[in-house]
Write a protein that binds this ligand. Sequence first.
Ligand code: IPE
Ligand code: IPE
Ligand code: MG
Length: 232
Amino acid sequence: MDTPKHIAIIMDGNGRWAKKRGMPRTYGHTMGAKTVEKICRAAGEQGVKYLTLYAFSTENWSRPDMEVKALMKLLGSYLDNCLETARENQMRVRVIGDITRLEPKFQEQIKAVEEASKDYDRLHLTIAINYGSRDEMVRGMRKLACDVRDGKLAPEEISEDRFAGYLDTAGIPDPDLLIRTSGEQRLSNYLLWQLAYSEFYFTEKPWPDFDEEELAKAIDAYSNRERRYGGV
Ligand code: IPE
Ligand code: IPE
Ligand code: MG
């Protein structure tokens, strides 16, 4: 099989990585952000077209206030530098998740990066911030219900494709491969609809230690699998 066109990643293990080194969890997040830069470059070089990264879940608000603040600050400075990286890598950047809960300044920043990078086409980077798959589906269904109420859509016109068009990922193909780092083997509310037929790859490596070589290993494992879609 070929290189996966779309890889989704649950970047996990920053906290444990830092703790093992006697450092605060936030240090792990800082190092994890460096891995993001590395993997975006490597993904483009290895022929991946879409990369979707889980940066902050709807459940992550329940972490200590200090950690949430540090994560938001880190995401903000990532987006600050993102324009430069986007230009260098010809990378289109999009954010999925309910961004209305984020600081207004942060929301502006997101819109600016999305707008400035919208014509780049080498790599499509999607960052999930305040993202939860159930929340995404509920928000989508709310919009869909309004369209039905307003007569824009008839109930019998609702199909899988139509529904997918109401999700944050509208227009982005489903992931071929899901990678989760750091040993956990669960989805943690990530892309439940979109991952229906993706291949899963779990590695013990914590996210700050994940690199080009690890990505190549995951791609290699994927290409040795026989993909099926329910047939014989
Ligand atoms: C992943 O690392 C980053 C985010 C969830 C934001 P964690 O912070 O979950 O690190 P562990 O899993 O506690 O080690
Ligand atoms: C999932 O990781 C969310 C992100 C990577 C952003 P978590 O570490 O938050 O997930 P759980 O709590 O272990 O399921
Ligand atoms: Mg974790």
